[in-house]
Design a binder for this molecule. Sequence first.
Ligand code: NI
Ligand code: MN
Length: 226
Amino acid sequence: MQVTYLGQSAFQIAMHGKQLIFDPMISSNPMANHMDLATLQSDYILLSHGHGDHVADAEMLAKQNDSKIISSYEVVSWYEQKGLAGHPMNLGGKFKFDFGTVKYVQAIHSSMLPDGSYGGPSGGFVVWNEDKSFYFAGDTALTLDMKLIPMTCPTLDFAILPIGDNFTMGYEDAVIAADFIQCDTIIGCHYDTFGYIKIDHEAAIAEFKNAGKNLILLNIGQSITL
Ligand code: NI
Ligand code: MN
């Protein structure tokens, strides 16, 4: 499975020949100005919540690629009013798509759309098919609910966790989160994009290593196969 980092919390993940884009904020991210949105392909756009640093390019990409938006009922309704196609979910629910199963899981965070509309709950996604299983946490604090993921979903191959602190958990709490979800391969996100969330990469990697876990920090535009 190919995973490409697009900056902040944005990722492109290929699954069963479908391109999934998570939380696209690319054109307004000064650290991602080498990325070309016009050539970015998406069959589905998964939005963890309505904050601008997660949805900024969702409308543009959805129109460009005729993609379906998967998110909370409130976020999807907001996009449907703009004439875009969506698939609404709510916490604890799962649905089988043509690329695999998506479960929309609890995040401890707020959610508001760019025009101030109520964004519903903030969530994360566990996505799996017969080949791979992963967790995209979105923006969240460390929460005991993460312990439910290994009880209710297939064993995770990797997880994408926020590590930048201030608006989400920091990397110290993310190490505990990795324990709760029983996953040793973690890709970090939601760090360095702006001042409040700048982190010491070496310290973050060492914190995971001390716990016997691997923290992967990708360059923007870099792809890895997991
Ligand atoms: Ni947020
Ligand atoms: Mn955010």
